[in-house]
Each structure stands twice: as C-alpha cells, then as structure tokens.
Write a protein that binds this ligand. Structure first.
Ligand SMILES: [Zn+2]
Length: 196
C-alpha cells in the first residue's frame, strides 16, 4: 500500500476500529440479557412497570406478578445475593448481576447475602399480606435496576420472538421483545448499560 493510499484509508480504518470497540448507543439500548420468570409457571402480570418521572415521584418501580402464598421465587438472572432480609417490615431479596440487579418482594428469603445463584434458582417464597402491592390478593413485586435507574423487568423475559445480536468483544446478548401491546419505558430502557 502506498503512503498516499494509506493516508486516504486511515480515517476509514479508524472509524471501523471505533465501530467495533465502542458500543452503539442506539442499539445498546435494546440489548438486554435473557432471564427467566421469577415464578413458575409463567405468571400473569398484575401491574405493569410505570417509572416515576422524577426520582421521588409516585410510580411503579417494577412489575407485580400474580402469585400464590408460599410460591417459590427464583432468580431471574445468575448473580450474587447482596441483600436478603427485611426492609420496613417487607421481606426483600436483591440479586446483583454486575451491571444491574433484580429485586424480589415481599419474600421470605431462603438464601443469605453472599450466596451465588443461577437463573431459576430459588431465593425464597412469596409472603402474603398487606406488604403486597396486590393486597388482599398476593403477588410478587419484581424490580430491575441499573445504578439508580429503574428498568422494566419484563424486558428480561420478552414473550415475543427473540433474536441474537452479535456484540463487541465476543459477547452475545439477546434482544427480547416484550409481550404484544406492551410498551416499555424508552427513556429508562435507554439508560441500561450492559457492557460485556
Ligand atoms: Zn409492585
């Protein structure tokens, strides 16, 4: 390659290099890992995700899944239990997945903080009572959080078709399509950052 030709190609090569080493904001927003439902069989969704417009405003920071009292609750993704106990009288389990974490409540925990869990591993049982967002019915409140940003956990278990996207550094993430008619909050979803 002559020096002149190289000079012409250099910007193109640099652009290609940036393309393969930098996540693309537009597509990265849609890339979420594929998890499992915390309840089996696949539960009905009692209340959808309704993120608050500001951090302290009213909203629903997760989804409520119809449950039976005492039903086993399972980790949606592999990770490490970082909290298993009571917050303001509610049994809560938090599982850290690296870039994000999932929360489950009200739950009587069967794991301890520090435990490693795989997707589908039991972390506790649904606790009925007034702490339930569906009281007097029973349900599991399931949250998904990246940093301080609440995300829609139903994105983890998209009921529609899924497709594999090639991603940088050899990692593959799956784009999950939410159930028909379901519209996740785009601004919240956009803030999720899942680097390999
Ligand atoms: Zn709830």
């Amino acid at each position: 390659m002559t020096p002149t030709r190289y000079r012409r190609l250099a910007p193109l090569l640099l652009a290609l290099l940036l393309l393969v080493t930098c996540p693309l904001p537009g597509s990265a927003a849609e890339q979420v890992p594929v998890g499992t439902w915390p309840l089996r069989p696949q539960p009905a969704v009692a209340h959808l995700f309704a993120p608050p417009p500001t951090p302290y405003a009213a909203g629903h920071r997760g989804v409520d899944l119809a449950a039976a009292a005492g039903q086993p609750v399972r980790a949606a993704l592999p990770g490490t239990v970082t909290f298993a106990g009571s917050i303001a009288g509610r049994g809560v389990v938090v599982v850290d997945h690296g870039d994000t974490r999932t929360t489950y409540e009200p739950v009587d925990a069967s794991v301890r903080s520090g435990a490693e869990v795989d997707a589908g591993d039991p972390v506790g049982r649904v606790r009925p009572g007034p702490a339930s967002h569906c009281f007097p019915a029973t349900c599991l409140h399931w949250g998904w959080i990246a940093g301080q940003t609440y995300l829609d956990p139903l994105l983890l278990v998209g009921a529609g078709p899924v497709r594999l996207l090639p991603l940088v550094a050899g990692a593959s993430l799956v784009v999950a399509t939410a159930p028909p008619g379901y519209r996740p909050n785009p601004s919240a979803a956009f803030q999720v950052s899942l680097s390999p």
